[in-house]
Design a protein around this ligand. Structure first.
Ligand SMILES: *Cc1c(COP(=O)(O)O)cnc(C)c1O
Length: 224
């Protein structure tokens, strides 16, 4: 039952947040609905989840047709520049920015809707080859460039641990992302607020929270 799954995940999040010395309300659950229908997405909303995440623009648009702006929509997967225009009036956070070119297009399209885009920079902390995201080394420079754009606000960092990694290995990558986030915050770049760390999925969200995640992206643990 989806409802029971939501309750179990929210309980785990709360318990782990407290264990890491934070409030349960400091960690947001994004329900990743990429493998399910709009009506199953509706069930997690009915169980108390406010934010839905989609990794593809097309599937976000399909569900948006049905659910409109009742949930907060997050785009969590790779975003092609030519698709920004479809989501600029719909999403409240984009987790997956990894180039200045993409950020510039987000700036243009959000401007057309008189909106400020909130974004995260996707960092490839593990160095795994197939993954999207930029290197930790390049992150500071990109944040600095993006901070000059009028309608884009950097709100933090996102990462995906390698799918093959065991939870304690993931924890090391999450620790590295947290450290990178603190280092960037220390530079006090104008307009940049390193408020969010989006890390942790069904298999490793507890490890991520212990390392400081403020957003966890959970799919299969809710819908299987
Ligand atoms: C699918 C996906 C998730 C959720 O993965 P689960 O293991 O099903 O919880 C999280 N983040 C991104 C970017 C995804 O594409």
């Amino acid at each position: 039952m989806i409802k029971d799954n939501v309750k179990r995940v929210l309980d785990n999040i709360a318990e782990t947040a407290i264990k890491s010395g934070r409030n349960p309300s400091d960690v947001t659950l994004v329900a990743v609905t990429k493998t399910v229908t709009a009506s199953e997405a509706r069930e997690v909303m009915d169980a108390g989840v406010v934010t839905l995440g989609e990794n593809r623009v097309q599937s976000l648009l399909e569900k948006y047709e049905v659910l409109k702006d009742e949930p907060c929509w997050h785009l969590i997967g790779h975003l092609q520049t030519n698709k920004v225009k479809y989501i600029a009036d719909k999403v409240s956070l984009i987790h997956s920015v990894e180039s200045l070119k993409l950020a510039e297009e987000i700036d243009r399209k959000f401007k057309e809707h008189k909106r400020i885009a909130e974004i995260l920079i996707q960092v490839n902390v593990s160095g795994e080859e197939s993954k999207f995201g930029i290197t930790p080394y390049d992150t500071f420079g990109l944040v600095e460039e993006i901070s000059k754009l009028e309608n884009v606000r950097v709100k933090g960092l996102m990462t995906m641990a390698p799918l093959s990694a065991a939870p304690d290995e993931c924890r090391r990558y999450f620790h590295d992302l947290k450290k990178l986030s603190c280092d960037i915050a220390d530079k006090k770049i104008d307009g940049v607020d390193m408020q969010h760390l989006s890390m942790g999925m069904s298999g490793d969200y507890k490890e991520a929270i212990l390392e400081g995640a403020t957003i966890v992206r959970v799919g299969s643990a809710l819908f299987n």
